[in-house]
Design a protein around this ligand. Structure first.
Ligand SMILES: Cc1cc2nc3c(=O)[nH]c(=O)nc-3n(C[C@H](O)[C@H](O)[C@H](O)COP(=O)(O)OP(=O)(O)OC[C@H]3O[C@@H](n4cnc5c(N)ncnc54)[C@H](O)[C@@H]3O)c2cc1C
Length: 469
């Protein structure tokens, strides 16, 4: 029998999802210094997942980590196969025939629901869709947002919610230096938004955002920030949480909020309100969003474990759009066990499990492994841990029956899938940078798969032309 991970029979690993986690997994595999073939598949023609389609366009410094992923992509033994949706263009069974191990790094591509009345009214949108729209993600380009709204309520106070508020609040000049799509830039330039309310269930000490993100909201050119001074008076348990030596995050956040609270409004065109102790109860409107009802909360419980408890007192905030930013959620892939409630692939340290038993040869990492938490860098140790498990299992893995990537490519070609290579991506990348220079911005993205394939001179199937993968 072939010994995997040797010169005569390199270990063959398929990675499903060429986002940050996919690249960290590949990097860890190469660092093991064994002969290994790593083929990374992504449903989009472009790599880098949320680094491209999630991370805010005005946070260009963050995007430089793409250079690190590119270095991994150029390592001998690595191939990128874009525009291939696993579960649709290729089944998991087919991957198992061609690879000794499959690592799923397909992220968390949908969103959690609030489960309240009116959630699906026109004008009640997800942050996932809004972020994808302004970042040029092909899934969200057909979506239109009613930016005639004068007041927008954002549910949630994580960094995604803050990103969304900041993008809505910035002036066209502030946004122009980002790689926000021209389409979104023009729509936002015409927006009539005057007030953006960020609603959180608990208090300032429990805020999910981080210091740098909240601080930026106080530095906007034409937008005031408002924090109710009463909201930053802490109860005893919150004070105890704040005094906890390891709770630097809360101390930094509260320091920023305490600086914001006494600030007078400067009569800027827009205002961001950070509203605490409120839970959404219902979204109301006649055919479209007209208001949101929130219930006032108080905190109950011991320090470190305080829960928001409704007081029964409600408030109706008139608004014309609600953006729900209450967390991303993983999507299932046929042939892989799925934990519906958490939206993750059930696993033990990266080994995928079914009813508690390890499924040989299937692994996961990143947001599909642990849920939508942590920054880009959090996926690095996570990927290393999954690869450690995989390598520990290597001697017991069943070698795949058809260890040839060409055979996978033939299969895709027989299905008329226009596969995009890393070289192809570099052509798209160069063109996006060129278009960016013309417009005086870092990059102008391709936003439709059909345009990417046409630019690369690849056949566009009628399905791709109309349906986003
Ligand atoms: C709006 C937003 C802003 C953020 N901002 C920051 C920030 O400023 N700084 C920071 O450090 N972190 C930030 N993060 C967090 C960071 O983006 C994540 O930690 C990271 O992207 C998770 O990586 P991942 O590879 O697990 O998932 P993803 O980045 O989502 O990558 C998953 C990949 O899998 C592909 N895929 C999905 N399904 C399939 C399939 N069936 N077949 C093939 N491919 C598939 C997708 O196309 C995608 O490319 C942000 C996250 C969001 C949502």
């Amino acid at each position: 029998m072939s010994v995997l991970g040797t010169e005569s029979r390199p270990l063959r690993v398929a990675i499903v999802g060429a986002g940050p986690s996919g690249f960290y997994v590949a990097d860890s595999l190469f660092r093991a210094k064994i002969p290994v073939v790593v083929d990374a598949f992504d449903r989009l023609p472009t790599p880098y997942g949320l680094l491209r389609g999630g991370v805010a366009p005005d946070h260009q410094q963050m995007k430089t980590v793409g250079k690190y992923y590119e270095k991994v992509a150029l390592t001998p033994g690595f191939s990128f196969f874009g525009n291939v949706k696993v579960g649709q263009d290729l089944t998991v069974e087919e991957l198992k025939l061609h690879y000794d191990a499959v690592v799923f790094t397909c992220g968390a591509e949908t969103d959690r629901r609030l489960g309240i009345e009116g959630e699906d009214l026109p004008g009640s949108e997800t942050a996932t869709a809004f972020v994808g729209w302004y970042n040029g993600h092909p899934d969200h380009q057909a979506h239109s947002f009613d930016l005639n709204a004068e007041r927008i309520v954002i549910i949630g106070q994580g960094n995604v919610a803050i990103d969304v508020a900041r993008i809505l609040a910035k002036t066209p000049a502030e946004l122009k230096v980002s790689d926000i799509t021209e389409h979104a830039l023009h729509a936002l330039a015409k927006s009539r938004v005057k007030e953006i309310v960020l609603v959180g269930r608990r208090g300032p000490v429990q805020s999910a955002f981080t210091e740098l993100e909240i601080k930026e909201l106080g530095e906007l050119e034409d937008c005031d920030i408002f924090v109710n001074p009463a909201d930053i008076e802490l109860n005893a348990a919150s004070q105890q949480e704040l005094d906890e030596p390891s709770n630097n995050k809360a101390r930094k956040n509260v320091a920023v909020l305490r600086e914001f609270a006494p600030r007078p409004l400067h009569g800027k065109s827009k205002k961001i309100v950070v509203k605490y102790f409120a839970s959404p109860v219902a979204i109301l409107g006649n055919g479209k969003v007209e208001s949101i009802v929130v219930e006032k909360n108080r905190l109950e419980g011991e320090a470190g474990n305080q829960k928001a408890v409704g007081t029964g007192e409600t408030e109706t905030l008139s608004c014309q759009m609600v953006l729900r930013s209450v967390g991303y959620k993983g999507v299932s892939i046929p042939g892989v066990p799925f934990e519906e409630r958490k939206g993750v692939f059930p696993n033990q340290g990266g080994r995928i499990t079914e009813n508690g038993a390890v499924v040989p040869g299937l692994y996961c990492s990143g947001w599909i492994k642990r849920g939508p938490s942590g920054v880009l860098g959090s996926n690095k140790p996570d990927g290393a841990a999954t690869v450690e498990a995989l390598l520990a299992d290597m001697a017991h893995l069943t070698p795949c029956v058809n260890p040839h990537t060409e055979s996978v490519l033939s299969l895709l070609s027989s299905r008329h899938v226009a596969v995009v290579s890393f070289d192809d991506w570099k052509k798209l990348d160069a063109e996006e940078l060129r278009r960016g220079v013309e417009l005086g911005k870092p990059r102008e993205k391709f936003t439709h798969i059909v345009d990417m394939l046409a630019f690369l001179g690849k056949p566009v199937s009628s399905e791709v032309a109309y349906v986003s993968k």
